[in-house]
Ligand binder design. Structure first.
Ligand SMILES: *Cc1c(COP(=O)(O)O)cnc(C)c1O
Length: 386
């Protein structure tokens, strides 16, 4: 069997909590684990309330819809992300405006963003009027890529200057802290969304969460994701969703949260290990991280800056042959079939970058022997391909 990229670490109290769901019969959307998981996510995020959901994708979609964003609206996303970011915008009824990323941070390039807003849009009571599409730019959806901390101050200032909302795709960023050790949902952004899919830092099997400082927004979102029910009977006041998390999923999540600190410490160690590996080779570099706050290091590895792009495929084949799972990373959104004709900036950074990324095995319970196997295989390849 290959050393996998990232698999769940279920070596804590997961089985015990799951058994409690069976014993108590609380296996569905109501239950003590759901409430407790929500409070702990809120506490971690720096908010009073959090709402947990069935996936990270629905978390992003519901954050937008909760803020009243939908048909006729535009949402800016970076092209370097998982397809879910774009799909969440589409499901809300809004359209994506895809932007290239900063070569330093790999997320939204705030200079590019500002110049696009200034040249393509005019002021509008609900945001900015985008002249070419006739749509209203309402929100920014920056991505904390690999769990990297954003420059929240700059982001929030820019959003306020132009009357835009900020919904952060923090799918891979549970437990991260902004500059000054601030919790990420207390930075002035409108909402922060997490994913607890199987390969994320903590998992609930599948799941997501939204944390927002605005408690009225949180109540509205809770209403939207739980069928729009009013009172105890079958009365519903809006066409809503059933996007809730179950007590079984929350049971897993709570057991995972008990070890979040250890997971983050291990992820940071793996990051440092792969950064040291990269530094031994002329054209290899670690993934970006912010020099402030606490980064999540969901995935770590390195990227290749050399001239011979064919080496990237060769390296993947070499690692696979050595029993290590290494696949191409996310293909940028502007190259994905459903988004080929979306509004988009030129993409010099993402176009050149995406095939050069190598996310290496980073499960929190990877053994030292496995780590040595990965390291030796990578060193051997790059020692002869300079
Ligand atoms: C995993 C992920 C999501 C989506 O989460 P799901 O729980 O799989 O729906 C969204 N954005 C990013 C950046 C992700 O990595």
């Amino acid at each position: 069997m290959k050393i996998p990229l990232a698999v769940p670490n279920l070596l804590g109290r997961e089985a015990e909590f799951l058994q409690e769901c069976i014993t108590s019969t609380f296996v569905s959307t109501v239950g003590p684990f759901v409430d407790q998981f929500e409070s702990e996510i809120a506490a971690l995020s720096g908010t009073q309330k959090a709402v947990v959901l069935c996936t990270g994708t629905t978390a992003l979609q519901m954050a937008l819809e909760g803020l009243g964003i939908g048909n006729g609206d535009l949402v800016v996303i970076p092209t370097m992300t998982f397809i879910a970011t774009a799909n969440a915008v589409s499901h809300s009824g809004a359209k994506v405006w895809i932007m290239d990323v900063s070569p330093e941070t790999w997320t939204l390039d705030l200079d590019l963003l500002r110049s696009q807003i200034l040249t393509e849009t005019d002021p509008h009571p609900r945001g900015r009027f985008h002249r070419a599409s006739g749509k209203i730019l309402r929100a920014l959806m920056p991505v904390m890529i690999m769990g990297a901390v954003l420059d929240f101050d700059a982001l929030v200032n820019l959003a306020r200057e132009f009357g835009l909302k900020v919904v952060v795709d923090a799918a891979a960023a549970i437990g991260t802290r902004a500059a000054g050790d601030q919790p990420i949902a207390a930075t002035g952004v409108d909402a922060v969304c997490y994913s607890f899919n199987g390969n994320k830092t903590i998992t609930t099997g599948g799941g997501g969460a939204i944390a927002a400082a605005d408690t009225a927004l949180m109540s509205h979102i809770r209403h939207l994701i739980s069928t729009g029910r009013v009172g105890a009977n079958y009365d519903h006041d809006v066409v809503a969703y059933n996007f809730r998390m179950t007590n079984v999923q929350a049971a897993l999540g709570l057991a995972q949260l008990e070890r979040l600190e250890r997971f983050l410490t291990r992820k940071a160690e793996l990051r440092n290990h792969y950064a040291a590996l990269a530094l031994r080779h002329a054209h290899l570099h670690p993934f970006p991280q912010a020099p402030y706050g606490r980064n999540g290091h969901w995935f770590s590895g390195f990227w290749y800056s050399g001239a011979d792009l064919s080496l990237c495929d060769d390296f993947r084949s070499h690692m696979n042959a050595a029993g290590i799972d290494l696949r191409p990373f996310w293909k940028p959104i502007h190259l994905q079939t459903p988004y080929l004709s979306s509004l988009a900036t030129p993409m010099p950074v993402a176009d050149s970058l995406w095939q050069r990324l190598f996310p290496l095995p980073c499960s929190t319970h990877i053994t030292e022997a496995e780590l040595a196997q990965v390291t030796e295989a990578a060193d051997a390849f790059w020692a002869v391909h300079r």
